[in-house]
Design a protein. Structure first.
Length: 183
């Protein structure tokens, strides 16, 4: 079983079917979905969150192939504000979304650091690769701040349409070195 992860301001709780309503409230906003993979249905169906949990996220978690957490503020733990995931897929190891009213506050940087630490520290993976829609500047900044580097650009299909998809990378050694106190 995957653990609850805590940061200064956040509780990252493993997803359950009980999260369907919170996801359904926060997820179907253009500012959330526009840069996500085109596999995300848009307009988002009324039962989209429940279907996603039942058919994709929860079975993958049970198989040990994916790790999904709801993002919640410590100050309001009952409110789901986003989702962050790790996937054991080539060139797609971390993904996330955050409700619009919580964007721009550094919360996703905090959540990303926690799950990246889990990827390298607990799961002992040697490398993390993260795909991003090239125009998604906020997501790009998170990768840059954590020391990831752009390794290639290819064509991508997103909810908003076709445009460049950047693949970012960091190794386990680079992550561990970035966390060490400076000598």
């Amino acid at each position: 079983m995957q653990p609850v992860l805590l940061t200064d301001r956040l509780i990252l709780r493993p997803l359950t079917l009980d999260d369907a309503e919170g996801i359904q409230q926060q997820f179907p906003h253009w500012d959330v979905v526009r840069y996500l993979n085109a596999l995300v249905p848009w307009p988002y169906p009324a039962e989209g969150a429940r279907t996603y949990l039942e058919q994709i996220a929860l079975p993958a978690m049970a198989r040990g192939e994916e790790w999904h957490w709801s993002i919640r503020l410590k100050s309001a733990p009952e409110q789901l504000i986003g989702n962050i995931s790790l996937m054991d897929e080539q060139d797609n190891n971390r993904g996330f979304w955050l409700g619009p009213q919580w964007q721009g506050q550094g919360l996703m940087s905090e959540a990303s650091a926690a799950v990246t630490d889990y990827w390298f520290g607990v799961l002992k993976r040697p490398v993390m690769r993260v795909p991003k829609a090239a125009p998604n500047r906020g997501s790009r900044r998170i990768s840059e701040r954590t020391g990831m580097r752009l390794i290639r650009t290819e064509k991508g299909e997103f909810v908003e349409g076709s445009f460049a998809k950047d693949i970012w990378e960091m190794t386990r050694d680079e992550w561990l070195q970035s966390k060490s106190p400076s000598q």
